[in-house]
Each structure stands twice: as C-alpha cells, then as structure tokens.
Design a protein around this ligand. Sequence first.
Ligand SMILES: [Zn+2]
Length: 320
Amino acid sequence: MLIFKIPISLCKSIERKIARFWWQNDSKRAGIHWKSWEALKLRKDLGGLGFRDLVDFNKAMLGKQAWRLLQQPTSLWATLFKGLYYPDQDFLKALPSSKPSWGWRSLLAGRDTISSKIQWSIGDGTKIKIREHCWLPTGKLRGNATVDEPKRVADLIVPESNQWNRPLLDHLFDVETIAEIMKIPIRPQYMTDHIIWPCTASGKYTVKSAYSFLRQDQNTSILNRASSSYQPPPSLWKKLWKLQIPPKLKFFLWSLHQNALPTKDNLFRRNICADPICSLCSTQQPETLEHLFLLCPWTSQVWSHSQINIYQFFPQKFTD
Ligand SMILES: [Zn+2]
C-alpha cells in the first residue's frame, strides 16, 4: 500500500470484510449492517466512525512517493526513473510508456493525486512557468495570456532590486491579479524555487493531510445527502468520543443517535419482527428509540435517575 497501487476491487473487497466483521454478532451470523460503510467512513467529528477509505488512503501513500521524487530529483532512484520513463520531460508531465511497470504506474497515480494541489514557493523564479504552475495563493493565473507575456516568473522580477517589476505587471495583468502578486514575498535570489504542500502549516507533505484533502468532497457529499435529518454539531461528537467511559458505551451512544439499534420498530421495518409494538408497556406504541429511551413508562424512570444527560444525544425535535 505504501509503494504500489492496490486494485480498487481488492480495496473494496477488504472493506466489505471489515464491515462484515464490524457488524457480525458471532462467527456464524453475519449481523445487520445498521449504517452504510460510507457513513462509517466519515470522520468521527462528523458523525462517522473514522474508518479509512482504502482507495484514498492508498492514493495518499502513493502521493508521498511522488512527493519524495519531486523533492529529491537527483537521488539514485529518481535518476533511474527519469532515465527509464521521462528522459526529456518533467515528472509532472510524464506519461505512462507503452509497457509501464506496476511501480511506475503507481508513482504516476501518486503524482496525479498531488499535482492539482501542489503550489510553488518563489525563489529566483526560473523554474516556475507563469501559466503552467500554481504559484499564486489562490491557484493558477486566470484569464488569457497577452502576446508579449513572458514565460517564467523570473521575468516578472527586477534582478537588481529583487522586487516585482510593477510597470510590467501593470501592463500584463488586471488590478486583482496584481494585488495578489504584490502580496507574495520574494526570497533572496540565491534560494531556488521549490514546491510546497498547502495542506500543512509547514508546507511538507504528510499522508494524513493528503488523505483529509482526498476525503473532503466525499465527506461533504455524504453530509449533504444526510442533511434532511438532524445533524449534531462536530463539538457534540467530539465531546462524546472524549467521554471517560468504556469504548463500548461510547459506541452505544453513537448507535443511539444514529438509530442503529435493534429496536422492534427497526426490526419490523427490515421484516425481521412480526410487529413493532413495545413489549415492555401496555401503551401499544411502536418501540422506537424515542419510545424506548424517553417515553416508555418502564424505561423513562431509569434514564431520569442516570447521571448521563441522554437527552443531548437525541434529535432537537425531541428535546424541545
Ligand atoms: Zn413501552
């Protein structure tokens, strides 16, 4: 997983096995999957259980190798790859050859993972191409190039003063772009241009930050899909996971909020139970979570004497 690209089918197969193991009651019965695997992969502060998406995690690991190659272009292994696969090109533009090795294809997958996010820190500006590379804080240069626009960022800098060439900027770009460029500090000329990873404060690549970046869109789309129901704030989930109680109680509270418990109502909906009626009391109410933990005469007394404020984990409508 660190060096080679794992086939997606294999990753999905492993994830299915983890999900089956998570929900099964014993070795013989499969158990009910109360929540989708996608929901379980959400971050813990977003209501998931923080299981890793193996496809994205593999990509983040491969991104680390691509990052190392970009950072150490003169190392033995980088020189070897360059000689074999992209002798006349830049790694960021290299294409898979007709018969690429699995290692090379894995490295390209890692590069594709990070290439859209890589930013350039300006030194002497000779390596950075104005239109091709991402060197502005907000990304690539917008708009169309003029006929006399230079190719490299170095050409926008006055070498004698080591300052931006303001008259040239005024000639080439609009006011917004100029304001953005003028905010970029130019480091001493003896320093060369280098790439930075904008997802960390240090500018250095970490697998954790790359994985968070890759999961960003997924997390948002899953949350949007679930937005029809009440979503507790991240602070509440953080509080739950920080509680000084046994892990199985934390998981119980999580299941309680996610309606992932085998109440009679839930079992009835899945055609496992003949009726949804509460068997503890004579109210003939369906045994929903609200009934079982708040309204049932038998259980409401238990919770009212508990030190745990169970009501905070219930949807707003039941606490109003
Ligand atoms: Zn009842």
